[in-house]
Design a protein around this ligand. Structure first.
Ligand code: FEO
Length: 399
């Protein structure tokens, strides 16, 4: 059964949701599923803006055929060539043989790499500032390199003031009939997934997102249509402010997040004891995570959110415990910046992980790593109570 919704009188959402996929990009758990958004502009000419992942192809084509109602498809605009959006290009060309495919030079290079053809006989190559008229509507093409791939671009419809923002402003989570952000409790139900999506998928490219936000500021935007998650038609400042913070690596919350790795529970006990001391000193909304039992994408999201981070880990093979090492490597890969960090270590005979974590974190930009740190030898001893209090005091003072 077709399942479509009008975004404006002329623009229709024809996307679909996947609640069966376990791992997005075969990495990221998506317990709430994911949507692949695609949009049709019905004008004198018909325009499809991006396709979908192969996993939802059946629903997508049912939607598309219903909306076109027997009309031919004139244009397919390809804003992004990652396969979760471009997988159906070949099928579109086969079903709608007159369609012209619109992309930039890099789009067509990638098309050839993925599909063995760049559809040269039907390709319309556009560059920054080019426009395409569909009749009443004029589409403007704005390049958005590295948001989140080099070929990414966004498309702006001047008449309806709609920005088709590609991966920008996207989020994990299936759409449940309510395709608009103002129809859901975004802050309660979607923000964590939006942050996890942004920080893990696009987090490395903050400067590129900033460049796109500056271009977007010059457009009169009433509606943002991303390729994943809800469409924004109200309170755009809410999501723009989040993007401003995330892309400049500013923390959303003045908050402490404690992340520990623990082989037998002793480092966990020390981390919990710290959390208790911090709470007693008035710190609220402390979050504590076991890095072995929390997906790294959730930890990265929390790291972007919070101003103050504590890492606690055992020494392992004279190095950093592997899951903690992986987390710190991911932080570097995603360009985490501007955090205050405190370190706890454990070592039964040669504790050295704090030194190595310090060195690794020092490679990140604008990090404040507190001198105060705690060393646990096997388990935290009762006579370390004063030391733990002093460590908690140092964290509180840094806030
Ligand atoms: Fe949703 Fe970069 O693809």
């Amino acid at each position: 059964m077709y399942n479509v919704r009008n975004v404006t009188d002329d623009i229709v959402w024809v996307g679909a949701s996947d609640r069966r996929l376990a791992l997005f990009e075969n990495i990221f758990p998506i317990p709430r599923g994911v949507s692949y958004n695609s949009y049709v502009l019905l004008d004198e000419k018909t325009v499809l803006l991006d396709t979908v992942d192969a996993g939802v192809a059946g629903q997508f084509f049912e939607n598309l055929e219903h909306v076109l109602g027997g009309r031919k498809l004139d244009y397919l605009v390809v804003n992004h060539m990652e396969p979760d959006h471009c997988a159906m290009i070949g099928d579109i060309v086969r079903r709608y043989p007159e369609v012209q495919v619109v992309g930039n030079a890099k789009t067509f290079t990638m098309m050839k790499q993925f599909f063995g053809t760049d559809f040269a006989e039907r390709a319309v190559t556009v560059k920054e500032g080019d426009t395409l008229s569909s009749g009443k509507h004029t589409l403007h093409f704005v390049m958005a390199p590295m948001v989140h791939w080099p070929e990414a671009m966004v498309t702006y419809d001047e008449m309806d003031k709609v920005l088709f923002s590609a991966d920008g402003f996207g989020t994990f989570g299936a759409l449940n009939g309510n395709i608009f952000a103002d129809e859901v409790d975004f802050d309660r139900d979607w923000l964590d997934d939006a942050r996890r999506y942004y920080t893990n998928i696009v987090g490395k490219y903050g400067a590129s997102v900033q460049a796109l936000l500056k271009k977007a500021a010059g457009l009169d935007i009433a509606v943002i249509c991303p390729l994943h998650g809800p469409v924004w038609r109200e309170n755009l400042d809410y999501i723009l402010e989040k993007y401003q913070k995330w892309s400049t690596y500013e923390s959303e919350d003045q908050a402490v997040v404690i992340m520990y790795a623990s082989m037998y529970g002793n480092t966990a006990s020390a981390a919990d004891a710290l959390a208790g001391r911090l709470a007693a000193k008035g710190v609220k909304k402390i979050a504590v995570y076991d890095v072995s039992n929390t997906h790294v994408s959730e930890l990265i999201s929390e790291i972007f959110r919070a101003s103050h981070l504590v890492f606690a880990a055992p020494t392992y093979n004279a190095g950093i415990y592997p899951v903690m090492d992986n987390l710190l490597s991911d932080m570097k890969a995603l360009a985490v910046q501007k955090k205050t960090v405190a370190l706890m270590e454990n070592g039964t005979w040669a504790a050295m992980t704090a030194k190595q974590m310090r060195e690794k974190l020092s490679e990140l930009k604008d990090m404040t790593i507190l001198d105060a740190q705690v060393t646990v030898k096997s388990s935290m001893a009762a006579d370390q109570a004063d030391e733990l209090e002093a460590f908690a005091d140092a964290i509180v003072e840094s806030m």
